[in-house]
Design a binder for this molecule. Structure first.
Ligand SMILES: *Cc1c(COP(=O)(O)O)cnc(C)c1O
Length: 501
Protein backbone atom coordinates (compact mmCIF):
# COMPACT_ATOMS: atom_id res chain seq x y z
CA UNK A 1 0.00 0.00 0.00
CA UNK A 2 1.27 3.44 -0.91
CA UNK A 3 0.53 6.90 0.41
CA UNK A 4 -0.45 10.18 -1.26
CA UNK A 5 -0.04 13.75 -0.12
CA UNK A 6 -3.28 15.53 0.80
CA UNK A 7 -2.13 18.50 -1.29
CA UNK A 8 -0.80 16.67 -4.33
CA UNK A 9 -2.04 13.27 -5.44
CA UNK A 10 0.93 12.88 -7.78
CA UNK A 11 3.13 12.46 -4.75
CA UNK A 12 3.25 8.72 -4.08
CA UNK A 13 5.45 7.27 -1.33
CA UNK A 14 5.83 3.97 0.48
CA UNK A 15 4.84 3.55 4.13
CA UNK A 16 8.45 3.75 5.26
CA UNK A 17 9.03 6.92 3.24
CA UNK A 18 5.90 8.49 4.70
CA UNK A 19 7.10 7.72 8.22
CA UNK A 20 10.76 8.68 7.69
CA UNK A 21 9.78 11.97 6.01
CA UNK A 22 6.89 12.88 8.33
CA UNK A 23 5.40 15.51 6.04
CA UNK A 24 5.26 15.87 2.26
CA UNK A 25 7.55 18.37 0.49
CA UNK A 26 4.69 20.71 -0.45
CA UNK A 27 3.36 20.75 3.10
CA UNK A 28 0.65 18.12 2.68
CA UNK A 29 0.10 15.15 4.98
CA UNK A 30 0.50 11.53 3.91
CA UNK A 31 -2.69 9.48 3.62
CA UNK A 32 -3.18 5.83 2.60
CA UNK A 33 -4.30 5.37 -1.00
CA UNK A 34 -6.94 2.88 0.09
CA UNK A 35 -8.09 1.44 3.39
CA UNK A 36 -8.08 -2.25 4.27
CA UNK A 37 -11.65 -3.50 4.74
CA UNK A 38 -12.60 -5.60 7.77
CA UNK A 39 -15.78 -7.67 7.76
CA UNK A 40 -17.51 -8.66 10.99
CA UNK A 41 -15.77 -12.01 10.65
CA UNK A 42 -12.42 -10.22 10.53
CA UNK A 43 -13.38 -8.26 13.65
CA UNK A 44 -14.41 -11.52 15.30
CA UNK A 45 -10.96 -12.89 14.51
CA UNK A 46 -9.36 -9.78 16.05
CA UNK A 47 -11.49 -10.28 19.16
CA UNK A 48 -9.86 -13.67 19.70
CA UNK A 49 -6.40 -12.04 19.84
CA UNK A 50 -4.69 -10.00 22.53
CA UNK A 51 -3.82 -6.33 22.01
CA UNK A 52 -0.47 -7.07 20.41
CA UNK A 53 -2.05 -9.56 18.00
CA UNK A 54 -4.65 -7.00 16.97
CA UNK A 55 -1.92 -4.39 16.47
CA UNK A 56 0.18 -6.74 14.34
CA UNK A 57 -2.73 -7.50 12.01
CA UNK A 58 -3.65 -3.85 11.50
CA UNK A 59 -0.03 -2.70 11.09
CA UNK A 60 0.64 -5.42 8.54
CA UNK A 61 -2.28 -4.20 6.41
CA UNK A 62 -0.91 -0.66 6.30
CA UNK A 63 2.87 -1.04 6.36
CA UNK A 64 3.25 -3.16 3.27
CA UNK A 65 6.97 -2.54 2.86
CA UNK A 66 7.66 -3.84 6.39
CA UNK A 67 8.31 -7.54 6.89
CA UNK A 68 6.13 -9.48 9.33
CA UNK A 69 9.22 -9.84 11.48
CA UNK A 70 9.80 -6.08 11.58
CA UNK A 71 6.19 -5.46 12.57
CA UNK A 72 6.17 -8.17 15.22
CA UNK A 73 9.42 -6.88 16.68
CA UNK A 74 8.09 -3.31 16.86
CA UNK A 75 4.77 -4.26 18.44
CA UNK A 76 6.32 -6.69 20.94
CA UNK A 77 8.88 -4.11 22.04
CA UNK A 78 6.35 -1.29 22.40
CA UNK A 79 3.31 -2.72 24.18
CA UNK A 80 4.81 -4.65 27.06
CA UNK A 81 3.20 -5.28 30.42
CA UNK A 82 6.29 -3.69 31.94
CA UNK A 83 5.62 -0.40 30.17
CA UNK A 84 1.81 -0.37 30.29
CA UNK A 85 1.07 -2.11 33.56
CA UNK A 86 -0.67 -5.08 31.93
CA UNK A 87 -0.91 -7.01 28.67
CA UNK A 88 -3.77 -4.74 27.63
CA UNK A 89 -2.25 -1.25 27.25
CA UNK A 90 -5.70 0.25 26.62
CA UNK A 91 -8.16 -1.17 29.18
CA UNK A 92 -11.77 -0.03 29.55
CA UNK A 93 -13.46 1.17 32.76
CA UNK A 94 -17.23 0.87 32.56
CA UNK A 95 -19.06 3.64 34.37
CA UNK A 96 -22.73 4.52 34.67
CA UNK A 97 -23.70 8.18 34.78
CA UNK A 98 -27.37 8.26 35.70
CA UNK A 99 -28.99 6.30 32.90
CA UNK A 100 -25.94 6.65 30.64
CA UNK A 101 -23.35 3.91 30.34
CA UNK A 102 -19.88 5.06 29.32
CA UNK A 103 -17.02 2.77 28.29
CA UNK A 104 -14.00 4.81 29.30
CA UNK A 105 -11.05 3.76 27.16
CA UNK A 106 -8.03 4.51 29.37
CA UNK A 107 -5.12 5.38 27.13
CA UNK A 108 -2.79 6.64 29.84
CA UNK A 109 -1.29 3.54 31.43
CA UNK A 110 2.03 4.03 29.64
CA UNK A 111 5.35 5.41 30.90
CA UNK A 112 4.38 9.12 30.81
CA UNK A 113 0.74 8.77 31.90
CA UNK A 114 -0.77 10.41 28.80
CA UNK A 115 -2.27 8.86 25.66
CA UNK A 116 0.67 10.01 23.50
CA UNK A 117 2.52 6.92 24.77
CA UNK A 118 0.22 4.69 22.71
CA UNK A 119 1.87 6.04 19.56
CA UNK A 120 5.23 7.27 20.82
CA UNK A 121 6.23 3.94 22.34
CA UNK A 122 6.08 2.33 18.90
CA UNK A 123 7.07 5.22 16.62
CA UNK A 124 10.82 4.91 17.35
CA UNK A 125 10.74 1.30 16.15
CA UNK A 126 8.79 2.18 13.02
CA UNK A 127 10.92 5.24 12.36
CA UNK A 128 14.32 3.59 12.72
CA UNK A 129 13.21 0.76 10.45
CA UNK A 130 11.79 3.26 7.95
CA UNK A 131 15.01 5.30 7.94
CA UNK A 132 17.01 2.11 7.37
CA UNK A 133 14.89 1.27 4.33
CA UNK A 134 14.98 4.73 2.79
CA UNK A 135 18.17 6.43 4.01
CA UNK A 136 20.28 3.46 4.98
CA UNK A 137 23.01 4.09 7.53
CA UNK A 138 21.95 7.58 8.54
CA UNK A 139 21.28 8.70 12.08
CA UNK A 140 17.86 10.34 12.59
CA UNK A 141 17.89 13.63 14.51
CA UNK A 142 14.47 14.35 15.93
CA UNK A 143 13.62 17.83 17.15
CA UNK A 144 10.44 18.36 19.13
CA UNK A 145 8.77 21.54 20.32
CA UNK A 146 6.34 20.72 23.08
CA UNK A 147 3.78 22.31 25.35
CA UNK A 148 4.19 19.37 27.73
CA UNK A 149 2.87 15.89 27.00
CA UNK A 150 4.37 15.23 23.56
CA UNK A 151 7.92 16.09 24.64
CA UNK A 152 8.00 13.69 27.55
CA UNK A 153 6.30 10.88 25.62
CA UNK A 154 8.72 11.33 22.72
CA UNK A 155 11.72 11.31 25.09
CA UNK A 156 10.55 8.12 26.78
CA UNK A 157 9.94 6.49 23.40
CA UNK A 158 13.27 7.43 21.84
CA UNK A 159 15.61 7.19 24.84
CA UNK A 160 18.59 4.94 24.06
CA UNK A 161 17.12 3.91 20.68
CA UNK A 162 20.07 3.18 18.38
CA UNK A 163 20.33 5.38 15.32
CA UNK A 164 18.37 8.27 16.83
CA UNK A 165 19.15 11.53 18.64
CA UNK A 166 16.43 13.64 20.16
CA UNK A 167 16.21 17.23 21.38
CA UNK A 168 13.12 18.62 23.03
CA UNK A 169 12.40 22.34 23.41
CA UNK A 170 9.75 23.58 25.79
CA UNK A 171 8.64 27.11 26.79
CA UNK A 172 10.33 27.89 30.11
CA UNK A 173 7.12 29.18 31.72
CA UNK A 174 4.63 27.30 29.55
CA UNK A 175 4.48 23.80 31.03
CA UNK A 176 3.12 22.47 34.33
CA UNK A 177 5.57 21.83 37.21
CA UNK A 178 4.98 18.09 36.80
CA UNK A 179 5.64 18.20 33.07
CA UNK A 180 8.81 20.24 33.62
CA UNK A 181 10.08 17.77 36.18
CA UNK A 182 9.24 14.83 33.92
CA UNK A 183 11.41 16.29 31.17
CA UNK A 184 14.27 17.68 33.28
CA UNK A 185 14.86 14.27 34.88
CA UNK A 186 14.72 12.34 31.59
CA UNK A 187 17.13 9.41 31.31
CA UNK A 188 18.86 8.24 28.12
CA UNK A 189 22.19 8.88 26.41
CA UNK A 190 20.79 10.16 23.11
CA UNK A 191 18.35 12.78 24.41
CA UNK A 192 18.53 16.36 25.62
CA UNK A 193 16.03 18.89 26.85
CA UNK A 194 16.22 22.67 26.58
CA UNK A 195 13.95 25.38 27.97
CA UNK A 196 13.23 28.25 25.59
CA UNK A 197 12.85 31.86 26.68
CA UNK A 198 9.50 32.36 24.98
CA UNK A 199 6.14 30.67 24.52
CA UNK A 200 5.22 27.45 22.74
CA UNK A 201 4.83 29.19 19.38
CA UNK A 202 8.39 30.57 19.71
CA UNK A 203 9.72 27.08 20.37
CA UNK A 204 7.73 25.66 17.45
CA UNK A 205 8.86 28.39 15.06
CA UNK A 206 12.47 27.94 16.20
CA UNK A 207 12.32 24.22 15.46
CA UNK A 208 10.71 24.75 12.06
CA UNK A 209 13.44 27.26 11.14
CA UNK A 210 16.14 24.73 12.00
CA UNK A 211 14.37 22.01 9.99
CA UNK A 212 14.38 24.18 6.88
CA UNK A 213 17.82 25.79 7.32
CA UNK A 214 19.84 24.48 4.37
CA UNK A 215 23.19 25.23 6.01
CA UNK A 216 22.29 23.15 9.07
CA UNK A 217 20.82 20.39 6.91
CA UNK A 218 24.06 20.24 4.92
CA UNK A 219 26.09 20.06 8.13
CA UNK A 220 23.96 17.12 9.25
CA UNK A 221 24.32 15.40 5.87
CA UNK A 222 28.12 15.74 6.10
CA UNK A 223 27.92 13.87 9.37
CA UNK A 224 25.61 11.16 8.06
CA UNK A 225 22.56 12.51 9.91
CA UNK A 226 19.12 13.68 8.81
CA UNK A 227 16.21 15.47 10.46
CA UNK A 228 13.05 13.56 11.17
CA UNK A 229 9.83 14.35 12.98
CA UNK A 230 7.89 12.77 15.80
CA UNK A 231 4.95 15.14 15.83
CA UNK A 232 1.36 14.12 15.45
CA UNK A 233 1.08 14.61 11.71
CA UNK A 234 3.46 11.68 11.14
CA UNK A 235 1.51 8.67 9.81
CA UNK A 236 3.55 6.56 12.22
CA UNK A 237 1.78 8.30 15.09
CA UNK A 238 -1.71 8.04 13.66
CA UNK A 239 -1.73 4.36 12.72
CA UNK A 240 -1.10 3.04 16.27
CA UNK A 241 -4.18 4.98 17.37
CA UNK A 242 -6.43 3.10 14.95
CA UNK A 243 -5.63 -0.12 16.80
CA UNK A 244 -7.15 0.81 20.15
CA UNK A 245 -10.57 1.62 18.69
CA UNK A 246 -10.77 -1.86 17.18
CA UNK A 247 -9.38 -3.30 20.39
CA UNK A 248 -11.96 -1.50 22.53
CA UNK A 249 -14.77 -2.78 20.31
CA UNK A 250 -13.40 -6.33 20.56
CA UNK A 251 -13.12 -6.10 24.34
CA UNK A 252 -16.71 -4.86 24.59
CA UNK A 253 -17.92 -7.74 22.42
CA UNK A 254 -15.91 -10.23 24.48
CA UNK A 255 -17.28 -8.81 27.72
CA UNK A 256 -20.86 -8.95 26.48
CA UNK A 257 -21.32 -5.16 26.56
CA UNK A 258 -22.31 -5.10 22.88
CA UNK A 259 -23.05 -7.67 20.22
CA UNK A 260 -20.78 -8.16 17.21
CA UNK A 261 -22.03 -5.71 14.58
CA UNK A 262 -23.69 -3.32 17.04
CA UNK A 263 -22.86 0.32 16.46
CA UNK A 264 -20.96 2.45 18.97
CA UNK A 265 -20.47 6.17 19.36
CA UNK A 266 -16.99 7.54 19.97
CA UNK A 267 -16.28 10.62 22.14
CA UNK A 268 -12.80 12.19 22.12
CA UNK A 269 -11.23 15.21 23.86
CA UNK A 270 -9.64 16.83 20.83
CA UNK A 271 -6.68 19.08 20.10
CA UNK A 272 -4.73 18.39 16.94
CA UNK A 273 -7.51 16.04 15.69
CA UNK A 274 -5.25 12.96 15.62
CA UNK A 275 -7.00 10.76 18.15
CA UNK A 276 -10.52 11.28 16.78
CA UNK A 277 -9.29 10.94 13.19
CA UNK A 278 -7.93 7.49 14.06
CA UNK A 279 -11.48 6.45 15.00
CA UNK A 280 -12.71 7.82 11.66
CA UNK A 281 -10.18 5.59 9.87
CA UNK A 282 -11.39 2.65 11.97
CA UNK A 283 -14.97 3.27 10.85
CA UNK A 284 -13.93 3.47 7.22
CA UNK A 285 -12.20 0.11 7.61
CA UNK A 286 -15.44 -1.45 8.84
CA UNK A 287 -15.74 -0.70 12.56
CA UNK A 288 -19.46 -0.07 13.25
CA UNK A 289 -19.52 3.58 14.39
CA UNK A 290 -22.64 5.73 14.47
CA UNK A 291 -21.32 9.16 15.54
CA UNK A 292 -18.05 10.88 16.43
CA UNK A 293 -18.35 13.32 19.32
CA UNK A 294 -15.58 15.89 19.06
CA UNK A 295 -15.03 17.63 22.41
CA UNK A 296 -13.13 20.92 22.77
CA UNK A 297 -12.35 23.23 25.66
CA UNK A 298 -12.78 27.02 25.47
CA UNK A 299 -10.60 26.94 22.35
CA UNK A 300 -13.66 25.79 20.42
CA UNK A 301 -12.53 26.29 16.85
CA UNK A 302 -13.56 22.71 15.94
CA UNK A 303 -17.02 23.05 17.49
CA UNK A 304 -17.65 26.08 15.30
CA UNK A 305 -16.25 24.32 12.25
CA UNK A 306 -18.46 21.26 12.65
CA UNK A 307 -21.52 23.44 13.23
CA UNK A 308 -20.95 26.09 10.55
CA UNK A 309 -18.53 24.70 7.97
CA UNK A 310 -16.20 27.67 8.54
CA UNK A 311 -12.80 27.12 10.13
CA UNK A 312 -11.61 30.38 11.66
CA UNK A 313 -8.42 30.56 13.69
CA UNK A 314 -8.66 34.35 14.10
CA UNK A 315 -9.93 34.28 17.68
CA UNK A 316 -8.70 34.62 21.25
CA UNK A 317 -6.40 31.91 22.51
CA UNK A 318 -7.31 30.67 25.99
CA UNK A 319 -4.93 28.99 28.42
CA UNK A 320 -7.10 26.36 30.09
CA UNK A 321 -6.82 23.57 32.66
CA UNK A 322 -6.83 21.07 29.76
CA UNK A 323 -3.66 22.49 28.14
CA UNK A 324 -3.06 19.64 25.68
CA UNK A 325 -6.18 20.81 23.84
CA UNK A 326 -5.21 24.50 23.78
CA UNK A 327 -4.78 24.70 20.05
CA UNK A 328 -6.23 26.79 17.25
CA UNK A 329 -4.91 24.98 14.20
CA UNK A 330 -5.80 21.28 14.28
CA UNK A 331 -3.36 19.89 11.73
CA UNK A 332 -4.88 16.46 11.24
CA UNK A 333 -8.20 17.95 10.13
CA UNK A 334 -6.55 18.25 6.73
CA UNK A 335 -6.66 14.46 6.39
CA UNK A 336 -10.38 14.37 7.20
CA UNK A 337 -11.07 16.99 4.53
CA UNK A 338 -9.12 14.96 2.01
CA UNK A 339 -11.22 11.86 2.68
CA UNK A 340 -14.55 13.73 2.86
CA UNK A 341 -13.89 15.29 -0.54
CA UNK A 342 -13.10 11.88 -2.00
CA UNK A 343 -9.42 12.75 -2.31
CA UNK A 344 -9.77 16.20 -3.90
CA UNK A 345 -6.17 17.39 -3.39
CA UNK A 346 -6.73 20.70 -5.20
CA UNK A 347 -9.64 21.66 -2.96
CA UNK A 348 -7.73 20.70 0.20
CA UNK A 349 -4.65 22.64 -0.95
CA UNK A 350 -6.86 25.69 -1.63
CA UNK A 351 -8.45 25.60 1.85
CA UNK A 352 -5.06 25.17 3.55
CA UNK A 353 -3.68 28.10 1.58
CA UNK A 354 -6.65 30.24 2.63
CA UNK A 355 -6.09 29.18 6.24
CA UNK A 356 -2.45 30.21 6.21
CA UNK A 357 -3.02 33.43 4.26
CA UNK A 358 -6.31 34.69 5.67
CA UNK A 359 -6.80 32.65 8.83
CA UNK A 360 -10.00 30.95 7.71
CA UNK A 361 -11.75 28.85 5.08
CA UNK A 362 -15.28 27.60 4.44
CA UNK A 363 -16.09 24.16 3.05
CA UNK A 364 -18.82 23.52 0.46
CA UNK A 365 -22.38 22.73 1.60
CA UNK A 366 -22.04 19.08 0.59
CA UNK A 367 -18.94 18.62 2.79
CA UNK A 368 -20.55 20.54 5.62
CA UNK A 369 -23.58 18.24 5.46
CA UNK A 370 -21.42 15.11 5.50
CA UNK A 371 -19.40 16.52 8.41
CA UNK A 372 -22.61 17.14 10.36
CA UNK A 373 -23.91 13.61 9.69
CA UNK A 374 -20.74 12.03 11.06
CA UNK A 375 -19.57 14.45 13.75
CA UNK A 376 -21.09 16.25 16.70
CA UNK A 377 -19.00 19.17 17.94
CA UNK A 378 -19.28 20.62 21.43
CA UNK A 379 -17.18 22.40 24.03
CA UNK A 380 -16.87 22.91 27.76
CA UNK A 381 -15.14 25.70 29.73
CA UNK A 382 -12.90 25.28 32.80
CA UNK A 383 -15.70 25.82 35.33
CA UNK A 384 -17.81 23.04 33.81
CA UNK A 385 -14.74 20.82 33.47
CA UNK A 386 -14.16 21.06 37.23
CA UNK A 387 -17.87 20.44 37.90
CA UNK A 388 -17.74 17.35 35.72
CA UNK A 389 -14.67 15.95 37.53
CA UNK A 390 -16.38 16.58 40.84
CA UNK A 391 -19.68 14.95 39.77
CA UNK A 392 -17.95 11.93 38.24
CA UNK A 393 -16.03 11.40 41.43
CA UNK A 394 -18.93 11.96 43.84
CA UNK A 395 -21.55 10.03 41.87
CA UNK A 396 -19.58 7.32 40.08
CA UNK A 397 -16.42 7.15 42.20
CA UNK A 398 -14.44 7.66 38.99
CA UNK A 399 -11.45 9.98 39.05
CA UNK A 400 -10.97 11.74 35.72
CA UNK A 401 -8.35 14.14 34.42
CA UNK A 402 -9.28 17.53 32.97
CA UNK A 403 -9.15 16.48 29.30
CA UNK A 404 -11.29 13.39 29.80
CA UNK A 405 -13.79 15.46 31.77
CA UNK A 406 -14.23 17.81 28.81
CA UNK A 407 -15.26 14.81 26.70
CA UNK A 408 -17.66 13.54 29.38
CA UNK A 409 -19.30 16.95 29.61
CA UNK A 410 -19.69 17.28 25.84
CA UNK A 411 -21.00 13.72 25.60
CA UNK A 412 -23.66 14.65 28.20
CA UNK A 413 -24.64 17.63 26.07
CA UNK A 414 -24.89 15.35 23.03
CA UNK A 415 -27.18 12.87 24.74
CA UNK A 416 -29.31 15.66 26.16
CA UNK A 417 -29.76 17.21 22.74
CA UNK A 418 -30.26 14.04 20.70
CA UNK A 419 -31.47 11.34 23.10
CA UNK A 420 -29.03 9.01 21.31
CA UNK A 421 -28.09 6.26 23.79
CA UNK A 422 -25.87 4.22 21.45
CA UNK A 423 -23.12 2.65 23.64
CA UNK A 424 -20.21 5.09 23.74
CA UNK A 425 -16.47 4.60 23.86
CA UNK A 426 -14.97 7.69 25.46
CA UNK A 427 -11.23 8.24 25.09
CA UNK A 428 -9.57 9.04 28.42
CA UNK A 429 -6.30 10.73 27.54
CA UNK A 430 -4.37 11.41 30.74
CA UNK A 431 -3.94 10.19 34.29
CA UNK A 432 -5.67 12.53 36.77
CA UNK A 433 -2.33 12.73 38.59
CA UNK A 434 -0.76 14.52 35.67
CA UNK A 435 -3.07 17.46 36.38
CA UNK A 436 -3.21 17.03 40.13
CA UNK A 437 -3.86 20.65 41.02
CA UNK A 438 -7.03 21.00 38.96
CA UNK A 439 -8.31 17.56 39.85
CA UNK A 440 -7.66 18.15 43.56
CA UNK A 441 -9.43 21.51 43.32
CA UNK A 442 -12.46 19.69 41.92
CA UNK A 443 -12.65 16.82 44.40
CA UNK A 444 -11.52 18.34 47.70
CA UNK A 445 -13.06 21.06 49.86
CA UNK A 446 -9.94 21.89 51.83
CA UNK A 447 -6.96 24.17 51.31
CA UNK A 448 -4.57 23.06 48.55
CA UNK A 449 -0.92 22.46 49.46
CA UNK A 450 1.37 24.60 47.30
CA UNK A 451 3.96 22.04 46.23
CA UNK A 452 3.11 19.83 43.22
CA UNK A 453 4.16 16.60 44.91
CA UNK A 454 2.25 17.49 48.06
CA UNK A 455 -0.82 17.92 45.84
CA UNK A 456 -0.23 14.52 44.28
CA UNK A 457 -0.02 12.96 47.75
CA UNK A 458 -3.13 14.84 48.90
CA UNK A 459 -5.05 13.62 45.85
CA UNK A 460 -4.03 10.06 46.61
CA UNK A 461 -4.97 10.37 50.29
CA UNK A 462 -8.30 11.99 49.50
CA UNK A 463 -9.38 9.55 46.78
CA UNK A 464 -7.62 6.42 48.05
CA UNK A 465 -6.19 5.83 44.57
CA UNK A 466 -2.55 5.04 43.86
CA UNK A 467 -0.13 7.56 42.39
CA UNK A 468 1.11 6.11 39.05
CA UNK A 469 4.64 4.79 39.59
CA UNK A 470 6.28 6.92 36.85
CA UNK A 471 5.02 10.10 38.52
CA UNK A 472 5.73 8.94 42.08
CA UNK A 473 9.37 8.24 41.24
CA UNK A 474 9.92 11.76 39.89
CA UNK A 475 10.13 13.29 43.34
CA UNK A 476 13.55 11.77 43.97
CA UNK A 477 14.79 11.62 40.37
CA UNK A 478 18.02 13.43 39.49
CA UNK A 479 17.63 16.62 37.44
CA UNK A 480 19.78 16.21 34.32
CA UNK A 481 18.76 19.12 32.11
CA UNK A 482 18.85 22.77 33.15
CA UNK A 483 19.86 24.51 29.88
CA UNK A 484 17.86 27.60 28.95
CA UNK A 485 18.38 29.51 25.75
CA UNK A 486 16.85 32.19 23.56
CA UNK A 487 15.18 31.28 20.29
CA UNK A 488 18.14 32.76 18.40
CA UNK A 489 20.53 30.44 20.19
CA UNK A 490 18.60 27.27 19.25
CA UNK A 491 20.59 26.37 16.09
CA UNK A 492 23.89 26.61 17.99
CA UNK A 493 22.50 24.54 20.84
CA UNK A 494 21.36 21.82 18.41
CA UNK A 495 24.70 21.63 16.60
CA UNK A 496 26.58 21.75 19.90
CA UNK A 497 24.60 18.90 21.34
CA UNK A 498 25.19 16.82 18.21
CA UNK A 499 28.89 17.59 18.52
CA UNK A 500 29.10 19.01 14.99
CA UNK A 501 29.38 22.77 15.63
C1 LIG B 1 -2.51 15.45 22.92
C2 LIG B 1 -3.63 15.32 23.91
C3 LIG B 1 -4.98 15.50 23.54
C4 LIG B 1 -5.39 15.89 22.13
O1 LIG B 1 -5.23 14.84 21.21
P1 LIG B 1 -5.22 15.13 19.65
O2 LIG B 1 -4.87 13.84 19.02
O3 LIG B 1 -4.16 16.17 19.44
O4 LIG B 1 -6.56 15.62 19.25
C5 LIG B 1 -5.97 15.33 24.50
N1 LIG B 1 -5.65 15.03 25.79
C6 LIG B 1 -4.37 14.85 26.18
C7 LIG B 1 -4.09 14.55 27.61
C8 LIG B 1 -3.32 14.99 25.27
O5 LIG B 1 -2.04 14.83 25.68
Amino acid sequence: MNYNSTRNKNTVVTASQAIAQGISEEGGLFVPQSLPQYSLDDIKALAAMDYRGRAKKIFADYLSDFSAEEINESVDAAYTAEKFGSDNPAPISYIECGDKKISVLELWHGPTCAFKDMALQILPHLLTKSVKKTYSGKEAVILVATSGDTGKAALEGFKDVDGTRMMVFYPVNGVSPMQKRQMATQKGNNVSVVAIEGNFDDAQTGVKKIFTNSEIKARLADNNMLFSSANSINWGRLLPQVVYYFSAYCDMVNEGKIGLGDKINVAVPTGNFGNILASFYAMNMGLPVNKFICASNANNVLTDFIRTGTYNRKRSFYTTISPSMDILVSSNLERLLYHLTGGDDARVAKWMKELSETGSYTVDDEIKARLGELFYGGFCDDEHTLETISALYKNENYLSDTHTAVAVNVYDQYVEQTGDKTPVVLASTASPYKFAKSVLTAVSDGQLPDDEFAMVDALSAQTKTAVPAPLASLKDAEVRFTTECSVDEMPAVVLGSLGIN
